[in-house]
Design a protein around this ligand. Structure first.
Ligand SMILES: Cc1ncc(COP(=O)(O)O)c(C=O)c1O
Length: 402
């Protein structure tokens, strides 16, 4: 089996642009929202839809069964897991919700220890669990670097009772990278479960679930993986034998009037219905991510984003809003006297695609920092020097009212 650690050459940006039609259309800095897919990913989806048109959805699914099976192996390979530990979902949030519900926090009287980096949908789900199932929810403070305070987490873990730690590897609201392996070591030492939201990190940085020590990882397809929308996957460690709270025909066999048997492995969390075309596209995106190499991609993206952060920091009236520990492909900033929403609109008019992230998407981060919103620019392998210059020039023009 080919290793994702295999040493490959540097990223060939021109080649990446050539296979990414959207790269010629705008200066696209929104991989953290939904990245530009390659032509091959889109073609695979379109071909599958055409097949469904000709022979029917179930018959088409039967024809590509081997390709779908390969998706589990490739997803596992990308994050250092085994294929039976992978479940496919339509989003990261769906995966997180069904797996966290299966932890039955209320019944186990578990406390939920969460990072400030938690994504809005996850926070809403976890707060609802807290309210409805009498689960104690603790938002662990950050240290001065902006990452979760490991001493505070250690103290919380030591203060008794079973706990589940829930952390976003890289948040939606900044370039922060959480110390995920150190968190894993603490969780293991205290016998806590560890759920990692890797939605922004899979496809962006090198990930090995064994090194990180998480029990569960969830991610989405459309961001740094460059897969179609409506795709996602989760890793559930083989050591966790969790019954889903609402098994589906895909995850269980109804064996007699009132009995059923769960399927082995993580697939017990899946639902029958899914976009098979999107999953075929996910398969192509996974193959492409593996062939680029996760370490090469991480090195390239982190360097590009660092240089973008530097250029923006030198631009008058611009403040980079990333916390000190931000070695990721996400760059956040504000412009004096102009709302991020307005900056984003003006950038759009100049052909530069970013997004404005409001505090309502990250209350425990932006809200707690007293920042109403930020402009977020996220780089990917198809962004070239011309894109970078266009973004910095456009921001400078907007900042000076030009
Ligand atoms: C850190 C983080 N986690 C989770 C999500 C949710 O992903 P999905 O929309 O696939 O559920 C997002 C989406 O932006 C995110 O940025």
């Amino acid at each position: 089996m080919e290793s994702s650690l295999q040493v490959r050459g540097p990223i060939d940006v021109a080649a990446e642009r050539a296979r990414t039609p959207g790269a010629a259309v705008t200066h696209h800095f929104n991989a953290a929202g939904s990245a530009l897919p390659t032509a091959s990913v889109v073609q695979a989806v379109v071909d599958h839809l055409r097949l469904e048109e000709r022979i029917g959805g179930y018959e088409a699914a039967h024809q590509v069964a081997d390709r779908i099976e390969a998706v589990y192996g490739d997803a596992a390979r990308l994050i250092g897991a085994q294929a039976p530990e992978i479940a496919l979902f339509d989003s990261a949030s769906t995966g997180l919700r069904s797996i966290v519900d299966a932890l039955r926090l209320g019944e186990n009287k578990s406390r939920l220890l969460v990072s400030r980096s938690t994504y809005v949908s996850h926070a809403l789900h976890l707060m609802s669990l807290g309210r409805e199932h009498d689960v104690e929810l603790v938002v662990v403070p950050n240290d001065p670097n902006g990452t979760i305070d490991l001493t505070a987490l250690d103290g919380q873990l030591a203060s008794g009772g079973p706990a589940v730690v829930c952390v976003a590897h890289i948040p939606t609201s900044s370039g922060l990278v959480e110390p995920v392996a150190a968190i894993g070591a603490l969780a293991r030492r205290h016998g806590a479960r560890y759920v990692l939201d890797a939605t922004q990190s899979v496809g962006q940085v090198h990930i090995d679930v064994t090194e990180i020590g998480c029990d569960v990882l969830v991610t989405t397809g459309r961001k740094f993986l460059r897969a179609p929308r409506g795709t996602g996957f989760a890793y559930v460690s083989a050591g966790l034998d969790l019954p889903p709270t609402a098994p589906d025909v895909r995850g269980a066999v109804w064996t007699a009037s009132t009995s059923w048997e769960l399927k082995p492995g993580a697939r017990r969390f899946e639902t029958w219905e899914a976009s098979i075309g999107a999953r075929v596209g996910l398969g192509v995106a996974l193959e492409e991510a593996l062939s680029l190499g996760t370490e090469q991609t991480e090195r390239h993206l982190v360097a590009r984003a660092a240089s973008l952060r530097e250029s923006l920091a030198e631009t008058p009236k611009v403040t980079v809003q990333d916390p000190p520990c931000s070695p990721s492909a996400i760059v956040t900033f504000t412009v004096d006297g102009i709302t991020p929403l307005r900056v984003n609109e003006q950038l759009g008019r100049l052909g530069v695609r970013t997004v404005s992230v409001p505090a309502s998407h990250a209350q425990w981060d932006l809200g707690a920092r007293g920042v109403d919103a930020v402009v977020r620019a996220s780089v990917h392998v198809y962004n070239d020097d011309d894109d970078m210059a266009a973004l910095v020039d456009a921001v400078a023009r907007i900042a000076t009212g030009g």
